[in-house]
Design a protein around this ligand. Structure first.
Ligand SMILES: C[S@@+](CC[C@H](N)C(=O)[O-])C[C@H]1O[C@@H](n2cnc3c(N)ncnc32)[C@H](O)[C@@H]1O
Length: 374
């Protein structure tokens, strides 16, 4: 145990590790926003069995509070929580994915404010429906990630809201549920995809939900240059645009979609069912950490527009570790076609794991690599 891992809270001192973990981890598994929430819950003396935790990133809230439930979109957050509960000998905390609803009746909600505002609005609308008047909703975030609209949204959906004094570059808000009717639900985001000749829809926490990402566009332009694969994996699939487009072109017989976001997997699943109604047996979906523990056979070709964030933090490691996973999970002579922002230098990592690496395209912002195993 190193002191860098020890998180001091009013509920005790816990050893917390991020997931994915790395040697000489530069980042802590908790932040000042977590501590503000824990200090306020401690002051209110609400027992864990009455608390719903939302969007805990690495388990700092759940390990300390032992709440009735965690509501999250993130498989990585659930893996972090599992590891930290075990290493601190704490009791299990049930996880409910963002695509389902937590149980009604919590007396207190402790919520880390998410990055995507439509997702925050979605969560507030669900919480408003599931909480009784008098329920306290505590929300916190780091100043640099907070939208100026946070207090107004809490006020619109939940009830009277107090914006507490900022501390340690973090801010706490507390709202008391009353009987107000929140705004009408935000309509699902969608855009028309030329390659698919159809619409792609996405739930509110999905990447690039209302337009095709520039990197994904450049990768899609390279599909004609790729040879057919019996099984293709769309790794970090978001709404499924890459895998579904490849399937439309006849580039693959079967497609595996993998993402750590429950809303991404549900969106890819819904898009596949709507765009290819007779082909459900050709699609496999995996909600987890990349291709780990996915149980599907090894793919011949992987398409990937990798993440460049780990939760709120911009971190190249998020993508680099998936490249290593690809090399381990591909068939012999398997290929990886990946797009990256020009400023992220994935070439040395690709060269380390793959025997042949070729640049297929580049534009002002992105570069597409094709890497092949022996
Ligand atoms: C840049 S987006 C690409 C989405 C989609 N392929 C597209 O082109 O629009 C990266 C995706 O990686 C997912 N992601 C992040 N870390 C992951 C991990 N460890 N395993 C699987 N997916 C991950 C995010 O949820 C997000 O959907």
């Amino acid at each position: 145990m190193t002191s860098g891992n020890l998180c001091q809270t009013p509920f005790g001192i816990f050893q917390l590790t991020r997931y994915p973990a790395r040697r000489e981890e530069p980042l802590q598994a908790w932040c000042a926003a977590d501590l503000l929430l824990l200090e306020e819950v401690h002051r209110l003396e609400t027992p864990g069995t009455d608390i719903l935790v939302v969007n805990d990133e690495h388990g700092a809230l759940c390990v300390a509070l032992q709440p009735r439930e965690l509501w999250t979109d993130s498989a990585l957050a659930a893996l972090a929580l599992q590891g930290n509960l075990t290493s601190n000998s704490r009791g299990q905390v049930p996880v409910t994915w963002s695509t389902a609803e937590p149980a009604a009746g919590a007396a207190l909600v402790a919520l880390r404010i998410p990055k995507q505002l439509p997702y925050f609005q979605y969560q507030l609308a669900v919480l408003a429906r599931l909480t009784a008047p008098g329920t306290t909703v505590l929300a916190a975030g780091m100043d640099k990630h907070l939208s100026p609209r946070v207090a107004a949204l809490l006020e619109e959906y939940i009830g009277p809201t107090e914006r507490h004094r900022g501390q340690r570059k973090a801010r706490l808000f507390s709202s008391r549920r009353d009987d107000r009717q929140g705004p009408a639900p935000v309509p699902a985001a969608r855009y028309y995809s030329d390659t698919l000749q159809g619409e792609l829809q996405a739930l509110p926490n999905v990447f690039s939900q209302d337009r095709l990402d520039g990197g994904s566009r450049l990768l899609l332009e390279q599909l004609p240059a790729l040879a057919h694969a019996s099984l293709l994996a769309d790794l970090a699939c978001g709404n499924g645009v890459l895998g579904l487009s490849a399937f439309r072109r006849g580039l693959a017989s079967k497609v595996l979609f993998a993402d750590e976001s429950a809303m991404a997997i549900a969106s890819a699943q819904a898009n596949a069912a709507r765009l290819f109604p007779g082909d459900s047996s050709q699609f496999i979906f995996h909600h987890g950490d990349g291709l780990e523990h996915c149980g599907a056979p090894a793919a011949e070709l992987i398409l990937c527009n990798p993440p460049f964030h780990l939760h709120h933090v911009v971190d190249e490691y998020a993508g680099r570790r998936l490249l290593e996973q690809c090399a381990r999970r591909l068939q012999p002579a398997g290929r990886l076609c990946i797009v990256a922002n020009q400023h992220l230098d994935y070439l040395p990592t690709l060269r380390r794991y793959f025997s042949r690496v070729e640049r297929l395209a580049r534009d002002r912002r992105f570069v597409v690599w094709l890497a092949q195993l022996d």
